[in-house]
Design a protein around this ligand. Structure first.
Ligand SMILES: Cc1ncc(C[n+]2csc(CCOP(=O)(O)OP(=O)(O)O)c2C)c(N)n1
Length: 206
């Protein structure tokens, strides 16, 4: 069983970093809570290259599967602020129970994005079951009010702009290829600095 070869690829074409770039362009000064691994590392570098502050972002370092619960908690406290949770398929599956809790509570300011590359890309690309399950149906069953799945940039842009204006709990699957830049760095700010800047910004949000 263990000598079975894994295929480190899927049929999708979008690149996760490009997807994140589009989300940061459209989310503007909203709050982003990003999942463990390369998603958070890419977001950090996008903010650097855009010369933007990191204060909008909570980078979930370590706690795989918990970014949606963190985003949910913030959404409940800051009801006039749009909160974008950017999850991974592996992480979302690891703590899928949080979708039941979120869907039952329906915070109308939360957008739960799952970047689904069918793999644990950050740690080597080992497959998840993300390609065999229907995240949208699961989200619908949990009570999310608007659900969408996209696999190309044109639909992604249309839907990101649509959900930005929505006042509904959103579930948003984005199907992407496996892969990242070989020169991707790590955040140059510590998790504690990130948390403190973020908490400071939260004080300004209602
Ligand atoms: C509880 C726990 N288990 C394992 C890890 C190691 N780890 C960090 S990122 C990652 C893969 C995450 O996969 P996914 O959510 O699909 O995101 P991707 O890496 O594909 O962007 C793993 C296993 C961790 N941080 N925490």
């Amino acid at each position: 069983m263990y000598d079975k070869k894994c295929e480190y690829k899927n049929d999708y074409t979008m690149n996760r970093e490009e997807v994140l770039r589009m989300i940061t362009d459209i989310s503007k000064e909203d709050i982003l809570v990003t999942t463990t691994g390369k998603t958070s590392r890419e977001l950090f570098e996008i903010r650097e290259s855009n010369k933007q502050s990191h204060k909008y972002d909570f980078l979930t370092v370590g706690s795989m599967g918990h970014c949606s619960s963190i985003a949910f908690g913030i959404a409940l406290q800051k009801k006039k602020t749009k909160i974008w949770c950017i999850d991974g398929d592996g992480a979302a599956i690891m703590h899928m129970g949080s979708m039941a809790k979120i869907g039952s509570n329906k915070p109308s300011n939360l957008i739960h994005i799952v970047i689904n590359n069918n793999s644990h890309e950050s740690v080597g690309g080992m497959p998840t079951v993300g390609g065999q399950i229907d995240f949208v149906k699961i989200a619908q069953g949990c009570g999310y009010e608007y659900t969408i799945s996209v696999d190309n940039y044109a639909d992604l842009e249309i839907e990101l702009n649509r959900v930005k204006k929505m006042n509904k709990l959103v579930f948003f699957e984005v199907k992407t290829a496996i892969g990242s830049r070989s020169n991707l760095g790590r955040p140059t700010k510590s998790p504690v600095e990130n948390k403190e800047d973020f908490m400071q910004y939260l004080k300004e949000c209602e």
